[in-house]
Design a protein around this ligand. Structure first.
Ligand SMILES: Cc1cc2nc3c(=O)[nH]c(=O)nc-3n(C[C@H](O)[C@H](O)[C@H](O)COP(=O)(O)OP(=O)(O)OC[C@H]3O[C@@H](n4cnc5c(N)ncnc54)[C@H](O)[C@@H]3O)c2cc1C
Length: 379
């Protein structure tokens, strides 16, 4: 592995792999350093795999409008299956959010996103629920799921074919300035490079600190639960009850479900919390009365980390306190779906000094406390 690449990418999750592929497509020499034994072992391997266009801010809708067609056409463009299934996202909207929700739907449609507005009765064709308190529902027919492992490994392979070097079991332990660029070290081994790309997910704040930089991204534990086999021939879309936040979707013949714990303290908390499972079931059963009969498979449940920023939206851009350092992290629950846009934006920042395909100004480091619109559809 050469030790003087143009770019060192730290982290080999879905965003590191997407960045590596796009950087190499621009003719750059790239080394990816990953502390784990294989790609996709961080949050990428733990996600609910959902991809959607139904956001409330123009910036996020545009990231999705770039990214979803990449997933939809991945096989025809690159000859690789990434498990894209357009099962849809179904948002169940309570009366007090309906007007605001329709404003976002108008924005999504104006920007070119396909979204259908349904009354609660029509929405029942997708999944059974108790409609009390709901004004309506929206369905995104492009939305659905991909297989994040397959997508990450596809980009790793495609990047390797373009000459990118991936090094596993290589935790970055020290970073310092070297001339205009950086010296990145793992134990006794070092790489000198022009640019560093910090795509270390929930660990990006730690990586920033190695270089003396404040990257305001930290970990938050998120849990996902799985039912035992469930008899319904329908494939449930990724359905979110916006009155409680409880979500579910089909996973084979089972139901995958969860709820973001807003009280969850930040930090690398481990394990599945059974009290939270009970809370999710009790919160969800009013909307989905069939949960009374649904058995839970605890062995099929799991947990992982969101990398979160102060406003739950990502940081994508140059660090204000250090030249040639780019962060692409803090994606909370959107790092799978926005990975195509992340890769192309990072490659343009490195190669051209600015982006032209997707605008990432909204995700700059200096946006906080400046009245920038905050995304409301964070799940
Ligand atoms: C339960 C759950 C459900 C989710 N559901 C969705 C969803 O439905 N849709 C969606 O879009 N997103 C979802 N997400 C979020 C999504 O998983 C993440 O945003 C995404 O995986 C981030 O990818 P990444 O490549 O940026 O980070 P990661 O996949 O976490 O990769 C970062 C990598 O950096 C490595 N690393 C860390 N420190 C170092 C170091 N010092 N040196 C070298 N390597 C290092 C790690 O080992 C890791 O492999 C979910 C997340 C969780 C936990």
């Amino acid at each position: 592995m050469p030790h003087t690449p143009d770019v060192v990418v730290i982290g080999s999750g879905i965003n590191g792999a997407s960045c590596a592929f796009q950087l190499a497509s621009r003719g750059l020499d790239v080394a990816v350093l990953e502390r784990d034994v294989a790609p996709a072992m961080g949050s990428t391997g733990k996600s609910a795999a959902g991809v959607r266009v139904q956001f409330t801010t123009e910036a996020n809708i545009r990231l999705s409008l770039y990214s979803l067609p990449v997933f939809r056409e991945f096989e025809s463009r690159y000859g690789r299956d990434i498990g894209y299934r357009p099962i849809g996202y179904l948002l169940l909207v309570p009366e007090d959010r309906w007007e605001r929700h329709l404003e976002s739907v108008a924005l999504q449609k104006r920007l070119g996103a396909p979204v259908e507005v349904l009354d609660p009765h029509e929405a029942q064709r997708y999944v059974s629920f108790e409609p009390t308190g709901l004004a309506g529902a929206t369905f995104g027919p492009w939305d659905g799921v991909i297989d994040p492992h397959m997508a990450c490994l596809a980009w790793v392979e495609m990047a390797r074919e373009l000459g990118v070097h991936f090094r596993m079991r290589t935790p970055v332990t020290a970073i310092r300035r070297l001339g205009d660029g950086w010296l990145v070290s793992s134990g006794n081994e070092s790489w000198s490079c022009g640019h560093v790309v910090n795509v270390a997910g929930a660990w990006s704040g730690q990586v920033g600190r190695l270089a003396g930089l404040d990257v305001p991204v930290g970990p938050k534990r998120i849990q996902i639960f799985l039912s035992a086999p469930h008899a319904d021939p329908r494939t449930y879309p990724l359905t979110i009850d916006l009155s409680t936040g409880v979500y579910l979707r089909s996973e084979g013949d089972r139901v995958l479900f969860g709820l973001d714990n807003l009280q969850q303290p930040f930090g690398f908390t481990e394990g599945v919390d059974q009290e939270w499972l009970e809370h999710v079931l009790l919160t969800g059963v009013d909307r989905y009365p069939w949960w009374e009969e649904m058995a839970v498979d605890l062995r099929g449940s799991w947990w992982g980390y969101y990398g979160v920023s102060p406003d739950n939206s990502p940081l994508i851009g140059f660090h204000p306190d250090a030249e040639h350092w780019i962060d692409a992290c803090g994606f909370s629950g959107h790092g799978i779906m926005h990975s195509p846009a992340c890769g192309v934006a990072v490659a343009e920042l490195v190669a051209d000094g600015r982006t032209s395909t997707v605008n990432v100004d909204h995700f700059s480091h200096d946006r906080f406390d400046k009245g920038v619109a905050v995304e409301a559809n964070i799940f």
